[in-house]
Design a protein around this ligand. Structure first.
Ligand code: GLC
Ligand code: CA
Length: 548
C-alpha cells in the first residue's frame, strides 16, 4: 500500500493557535488556515503537519486531548476541518495530523471514569501504582517539573504522568487501549488524513516493574514497544498510503535505525534531537553552539543505512527559533535564514518548515509575565520557590531557550497585530513584525520567502540526488563553514554554508568547482575558488551542481 511519497516531499508545520485568527477572538483557528491555503500552496510544499486541533482544556496547548474525534472549540468545528482538508487535497497537499496517545487529558471521559474507582472498567486505561510508604512509587520526574506520579487519595494509588499532572499516561499493556488508538487512527484516515506525527511515541511502553529507583531509559522504546507499534502499523497505518513519523525523544542513532527500518513495519521515520542539544549544557541551560559538533551529529545521521529514512528540521513548536540560535540575527538575519535553509534542505530526508521559518522569524523578548508555555511557567515557579536568587538568570535562559519563541503569532503583515488577529492576540506578538512579515516578503524578490520558494523548486529539480545521493562531509573540522556533497552516479551537488558573519574559507577536499553550475546562492557574488579552497562571504550559502 505504501508509495513512500514522503521521500520526495517537503512538509510545512502549522501550530494552529498561532497561525491565523479568522474570527477576532485572538486565537488562530481552522478557518484561518483555510484562508491561507493558497499561501501554503505557493510556497511549494507537499504536505502539512498540523499540531493538535482536537478538543482539549489546553493545559499544554492541545497536547492534552479530551476528545480525539472532535475539534477544539477555539479552533472551530469538524465541518471547518473538512473544508480545510478538502482545500488542501484540492491543491495536491497532503495532511498529517498529530497523534498524541502517550497520554490523554485528565478531562478525557476515560480518565474521569478511571479515577472513580479501582473496579471502574476504565481504571486500567491508565497506569496506577501503590506508593513507597508515603513516597511516590519511583524517582521519575515529570517533563514539566515535579514528580511524575500524582497521588489520588480515595484510591490510595498514584497515577503516572510523564508530562503535566493534567496529562495522565495511557496503559498500553491494556489491549482495549490499543484498540481505541487504532479506532482513532482509522477514524481520521477514513476522513482522508495522509499520516500521523506521533507525539512522544517512544515513551508509550512502560516497564511492568516501576518501583524504586528506575532508570529513565526504562520507558524509552521499552518492554513490548515494537509489538505495540507493529500491531498499529499492520492493522491500521499500513492499510493506507501513510507517512508515520515519530517524535523520538531519548532515542540514540542505533535504536532509531532499528525502529525505522523499512523492513520492520514500525515507524517510517523519526525526529531525533541530537543536533538540538549542541547548544545546551542540558535542558534549558544554554551554551554557545558548537558548530563542529552540530555538523558531526547531522552527518552521522546522514550515514544511516539505505533502509532508514531521515526527517530534517531545525525548528518546531518545541524549539526556539533557529535565528539567533544557530546563526546571527540583526543585519545578517535574511542571509542567515537562507543559509540555514540551504544547509538543511539538501541533506537526505524529508525537510520540515515550521510556520514563520520561511520568512526568517526570530526569537522574541519576553518578560516573566509574557511566557505562556506550561514548561516555562513551571520552571519559573520551581526556581522562585527553591532558588529565588536564580530567577533572573532563569528568565534570561528562557529568553534563549523557551518553547514560547516558536509560538508567537505568525507575522502576516505590518498592520496591527501583524495581521494575525483583529482582536487581542492570545500571546505576545514579536516586536519585530513591522520588519519581518509575509506581506513585505511577497513584494521583495530577494526576500527569505522568495528564496524558500526558489530553493524548493531547485530541490525538486535535483530530487534524484537529494533523495538517493550519498552524503559526504567536506572539511568537517572547519569551525565556520558547514559543507557537504551529495553524489549519485556521475552527478554531484556541493553545498557550502558560512555560519559566521565574517568571510570564511573552506577546504574543498579535492572537489573541483571549475565547471560547476551555481544552482542556489544567497549572496551577490559567487565564491572565489583558488588552490582547493573556496572563500565565502559572511553568512553566504551556495549550492553547485556538477557532472562528470
Ligand atoms: C511533545 C510535544 C510537546 C508536548 C509534549 C507532551 O514533545 O511536541 O509540545 O508538550 O509532547 O505531549
Ligand atoms: Ca479564532
Amino acid at each position: 500500500m505504501k508509495s513512500r511519497w514522503y521521500k520526495d516531499a517537503v512538509i510545512y508545520q502549522i501550530y494552529p493557535r498561532s497561525f491565523k485568527d479568522s474570527n477576532g477572538d485572538g486565537i488562530g483557528d481552522i478557518k484561518g488556515i483555510t484562508e491561507k491555503l493558497d499561501y501554503i500552496k505557493d510556497l511549494g510544499v507537499d504536505a502539512v503537519w498540523l499540531s493538535p486541533c482536537y478538543k482539549s482544556p489546553n493545559d499544554d496547548n492541545g497536547y492534552d486531548i479530551s476528545d480525539y474525534c472532535d475539534i477544539m472549540d477555539d479552533f472551530g468545528t469538524l465541518e471547518d476541518w473538512q473544508e480545510m482538508i478538502d482545500g488542501l487535497h484540492k491543491r495536491g497537499i497532503k495532511l498529517i495530523m498529530d497523534l498524541v496517545v502517550n497520554h490523554t487529558s485528565d478531562e478525557h471521559v476515560w480518565f474521569k471514569e478511571a479515577i472513580k474507582s479501582k473496579d471502574n472498567p476504565y481504571h486500567d486505561y491508565y497506569i496506577w501504582r501503590k506508593g513507597n510508604g508515603k513516597r511516590p512509587p519511583n524517582n521519575w520526574q515529570a517533563c514539566f517539573t515535579g514528580s511524575a506520579w500524582q497521588y489520588v487519595e480515595h484510591l490510595d494509588e498514584y497515577y503516572l504522568h510523564l508530562f503535566s499532572v493534567k496529562q495522565p499516561d495511557l496503559n498500553w499493556r491494556n489491549e482495549k487501549v490499543r484498540e481505541e488508538v487504532k479506532n482513532i487512527c482509522k477514524y481520521w484516515l477514513d476522513k482522508g488524513v495522509d499520516g500521523f506525527r506521533c507525539d512522544v511515541i517512544t515513551y508509550i511502553a512502560k516497564p511492568e516493574n516501576m518501583n524504586g529507583n528506575i532508570s529513565y531509559s526504562a520507558y524509552v522504546t521499552g518492554e513490548h514497544w515494537e509489538e505495540y507499534i507493529n500491531e498499529l502499523a499492520r492493522e491500521c497505518w499500513n492499510k493506507y498510503d501513510t507517512l508515520i513519523v515519530g517524535e523520538a525523544t531519548g532515542v540514540n542513532k542505533k535504536r532509531a535505525e532499528e525502529i525505522t527500518d523499512e523492513k520492520k513495519e514500525l515507524l517510517d521515520t523519526l525526529f531525533h534531537f541530537e543536533h538540538m542539544q549542541t547548544d545546551a549544557y542540558f535542558g534549558y541551560l544554554p551554551k554557545k553552539l558548537d558548530l563542529v559538533k552540530f555538523k558531526r551529529t547531522l552527518s552521522n545521521w546522514q550515514r544511516s543505512p539505505r533502509s532508514v529514512w531521515q526527517s530534517l528540521y531545525y525548528e518546531n513548536h518545541d524549539q526556539p527559533r533557529s535565528i539567533p540560535r544557530f546563526m546571527p540575527s540583526g543585519k545578517w538575519r535574511e542571509y542567515s535564514a537562507k543559509a540555514l535553509a540551504t544547509s538543511l534542505f539538501f541533506q537526505r530526508g524529508t525537510p520540515y518548515i515550521f510556520e514563520g521559518q520561511e520568512i526568517g522569524m526570530t526569537n522574541a523578548r519576553f518578560t516573566r509575565e509574557e511566557f505562556k508555555d506550561i514548561a516555562s511557567i513551571n520552571i519559573l515557579k520551581v526556581i522562585d520557590k527553591r532558588a529565588p536568587f536564580l530567577s533572573n538568570f532563569a528568565i534570561k535562559a528562557l529568553n534563549i531557550k523557551a518553547r514560547d519563541h516558536a509560538r508567537t503569532p505568525m507575522q502576516w503583515s505590518s498592520n496591527k497585530n501583524a495581521g494575525f488577529t483583529d482582536g487581542t492576540p492570545w500571546m505576545k506578538i514579536n516586536d519585530n513584525y513591522k520588519e519581518i512579515n509575509v506581506e513585505d516578503d511577497l513584494k521583495d524578490e530577494n526576500s527569505v520567502l522568495n528564496f524558500y520558494k526558489k530553493m524548493l523548486k531547485v530541490r525538486k529539480e535535483y530530487i534524484d540526488i537529494t533523495r538517493d545521493g550519498d552524503y559526504n562531509d567536506i572539511d568537517i573540522r572547519n569551525r565556520s563553514v558547514f559543507a557537504y556533497s551529495r553524489t549519485l552516479n556521475d552527478k554531484k551537488l556541493v553545498v557550502l554554508v558560512n555560519f559566521k558573519s565574517k568571510p570564511s574559507k573552506v577546504k574543498l577536499d579535492g572537489i573541483k568547482l571549475d565547471n560547476a553550475k551555481v544552482i542556489l546562492n544567497n549572496a551577490g557574488n559567487v565564491p572565489f575558488v583558488k588552490n582547493g579552497y573556496a572563500m565565502l562571504a559572511p553568512c553566504q550559502s551556495v549550492v553547485y551542481a556538477l557532472s562528470k
